[in-house]
Design a protein around this ligand. Structure first.
Ligand code: UDP
Length: 239
């Protein structure tokens, strides 16, 4: 028997990188499908699930600005990229079972719903997976900050940050065999030590809304399902 989840209302932040697969760019449904199945797994427990997707696999505003693009315009292009990822994730989630809706912070009514908080809450109440696209809708922000913002707006109990490793380490575990994983960090630790998990605005927002951030690995195919039951290995940022 599966244990009941610790959190029943969560938001998962998926970077564009997580959707890209081996090539490191573009969208690979072969990679998204297992993530979508993992998302669909705890549904019998009656949980509410939202997601914010990044766009870095397609476009990054800051990098484009370094190449000569106007920063704000490049950021708008980055936000458009997240909509493509959101539509791909919607497809994969619906293939795995649940109904999913995409809501974009940049209105695009022929493609998906515009972001309206009450609409999003309504979808969640009906058991639909809500995918937030378009970041915050503002340049100079990131989808990590959008994730903290939407988690607060949706009254989520936790913000799950998907990464390539199972938590936050003292050094890069791919390069340093002595790197150790932290079980728990405070928001203050992360900000003070400038640990590169999410940007400072995202951490501060989560702290102010008292939403724990759980850094877990997207690589294990049941990472999220286990994590929700408190059986996974991850780092919790709170306090
Ligand atoms: N972006 C933005 N405002 C936001 C969210 C995203 O301007 O609120 C732009 C920014 O240019 C960023 C790009 O969208 O580089 C893709 O988002 P992000 O880099 O956060 O994606 P991830 O790293 O999670 O794939």
């Amino acid at each position: 028997a599966t244990a009941k989840p610790r959190y029943q209302r969560v938001l998962v932040k998926l970077s564009g990188e997580a959707l890209a697969g081996a090539k490191g760019y573009g969208i690979d449904l072969g990679v998204i499908d297992p993530i979508a199945k993992d998302i669909a797994k705890p549904r019998p427990w009656g949980w509410k699930f939202a997601s914010v997707v990044g766009g870095g696999n397609i476009y990054r505003g800051l990098m484009a600005a370094e190449g000569g693009m106007d920063r704000a315009r490049a950021d708008y292009m980055g936000m458009l990229a997240t909509v493509m990822n959101a539509l791909a994730l919607q497809t994969a989630i619906e293939r795995a079972g649940p109904t999913a809706r995409v809501l974009s912070a940049i209105p695009m009514p022929t493609v998906c719903e515009p972001y309206i908080r009450d609409k999003a809450l309504d979808h969640l109440a009906k058991g639909r997976v809500v995918i937030f696209a378009g970041g915050t809708g503002n340049p100079f922000f990131t989808t990590d900050t959008a994730a903290a913002l939407r988690a607060a707006e949706m009254d989520c109990q936790a913000l799950f940050k998907a990464t390539q490793v199972d938590g936050v380490y003292s050094a890069d575990p791919a390069k340093d065999p002595n790197a150790t994983r932290y079980d728990r960090l405070t928001y203050g630790d992360v900000l003070k030590q400038d640990l590169k998990i999410m940007d400072g605005a995202a951490i501060a927002l989560a702290r102010d809304s008292r939403i724990p951030i759980i850094v877990f690995s997207i690589k294990g195919q049941t990472g999220l399902a286990l994590e929700l039951q408190g059986k996974g290995s991850s780092t919790t940022i709170d306090g």
